[in-house]
Design a protein around this ligand. Sequence first.
Ligand code: S3P
Length: 447
Amino acid sequence: MELVKGNRTAPMLRVDPAENGLVGTLGVPGDKSISHRAVMLGAIADGVTEVTNFLPGEDNISTINAFRLMGITIDQDGTTLKVHGKGLRGLSEPTDIIDAGNSGTTARLLLGLLSAQDFFTVITGDASLRTRPMGRVVEPLRLMGARIQGADETNRLPLAIVGKDVVLEGRYYPTPVPSAQLKSAILFAGLYAEGETSVKEVAKSRDHTERLLKLFGADIDFSDDSTTVTLRKTDKLTPCSIAVPGDPSSAAFFMVAAAIVPDSEVVLTNVGTNPTRAGIFNILIEKMGASGIKVNSTEEGASGEPVAEITVKSSSLKPAVINAKELLPAIDEFPIICVAAAFANGATKIMGAGELRVKECDRIAVMAKSLTAIGVKCEEEDEGIVVYGTGGKRVRGGRIDSHGDHRIAMALAVAGLMSEVGVTIDGADAVDVSFPGFFGALDGLRR
Ligand code: S3P
């Protein structure tokens, strides 16, 4: 691997083929989704919330900066945080625009929280985030009484939130797409709304907000099939200690790397195994037959989230048909599942993946283009992709552009390990969004 400078990844980087199997033990960084929510809820709790194994990626730093701008003191020492919460009404009007950077979670969850504050805010983001749909969040918030203004019929950032004198009212809202960002935005507004706020999903998206709200003492409950969550107005959130589990979405890159590079044996410690995020285990182990992957004894961690140690030995992979229901708990793993599929014994079809077109980039189009560029045959479909696997043989390799998307960069880096000439990644620095030090961690497993 070349061109890594200091802590920050260089914009262009070549991942060389792995000559031998990958070996070692790795603790992946803290979960991105939980790290955002720990800061947000900590900021509006009454007192100090301590967070350990916080992910100091660029997305989460955007969340920290937003709350500092609203008068919250946050002490950061590497991956440990002390968030000095000022209570549900303790945020102050920011003196500048809030910049969510590349982070959809920061922007969408803040839209919900800020709708209920008695002041004016403007949220913007980087060029990618400014193209992503916000209307899905604005609509239910407006139904609750929020006043939000912006361009493109309030569907894109920047958006202005006029919170002064607004009284929100709780509602029952069936969401058009299962989305944890949408559900969480409504729940954040629901903390302040009169009466009950209920969100119904056709299938349950990741539930970190609900678990943390419970931990912070909010009045929240779930339907029997847990696709409906109901929250009642809260006066006070109690600060707590949160030990963030390792991010399963970051672990997924190493799981696939060790599965596809022959003679590998890698141990991943403290990986989050929340069932709403654990789709990658089902897809790799059950559907693609990765017999070398073992999820060892799941236990409940300090933040109400299950964690486990994962061991991965290389094995052959079967092709699979993956549907929308199976993909939902692995929604962020689409790029790395495509890479796993590129080495399976036949054609893998991923369906019902339309949401992937509005992530950090159009991940269906960019994965189709990137796989083609490194010599993998594939076909792009409206809502998915078909990838023709090599049956474990190396792919040619080549040059790809991350399109500023961290998960595209990391997925193609993994493919580079099983290439003939390496994979050169333009925009490799995008990995800093969720996994600063990713390339060093990957290199550390080489023999
Ligand atoms: C996230 C929810 C998902 C996911 C994103 C993080 C969250 O997005 O893709 O990376 O932290 O709530 P959607 O809610 O748009 O599905």
